[in-house]
Write a protein that binds this ligand. Structure first.
Ligand SMILES: [Zn+2]
Length: 142
């Protein structure tokens, strides 16, 4: 399950859009639909409210995932994994291991207002190939 996802290498660019501007001005073949789609989902994410965390007791994710919120799977007092639907809208659910013995694994920090931050970044190797950070409940695309 979590093998489909790998920890990001930390090379995430925080200035959104710079890479696309560069591609466009150089006239390199850029699929305008891809560019538009990426812009749309960034805009959508900017408008929509932040993600929060729901705690699920048990060792598996619920079959019905919330559309935005993260589900923290807690079993026997340990945080096992965190799951959520891919923020790109492809409909795939993402499950990231939080247990210390598992590789790759992620850290989930929840601030005082309940907003989750995941580290390192999440990078999908197949399918939509999404690469993003979750910082204070907000998805930052790489
Ligand atoms: Zn996706």
């Amino acid at each position: 399950m979590s093998r489909k996802w790998s920890a990001g290498d930390g090379s995430c660019r925080t200035v959104i859009g710079t890479d696309q501007l560069g591609e466009l001005s150089e006239g390199v073949a850029v699929n305008p639909m891809t560019w538009l789609l990426k812009g749309c989902r960034r805009l959508k994410d900017w408008w929509t409210p932040v993600r929060r965390v729901r705690i699920a007791a048990g060792d598996v994710l619920p079959s019905e995932m919330p559309s935005k919120d993260l589900v923290l799977v807690r079993y026997g007092g340990d945080d096992w994994s965190v799951g959520f639907l891919c923020p790109c809208g492809c409909g795939e659910s993402i499950e990231l291991a939080l247990l210390k013995e598992v590789r790759p694994r992620w850290d989930l920090a929840i601030d005082s207002s309940g907003l989750p931050t995941l580290s390192p970044s999440v990078w999908k190797k197949g399918g939509c190939k999404s690469h993003f950070w979750l910082k204070n409940g907000v998805v930052c695309w790489c």
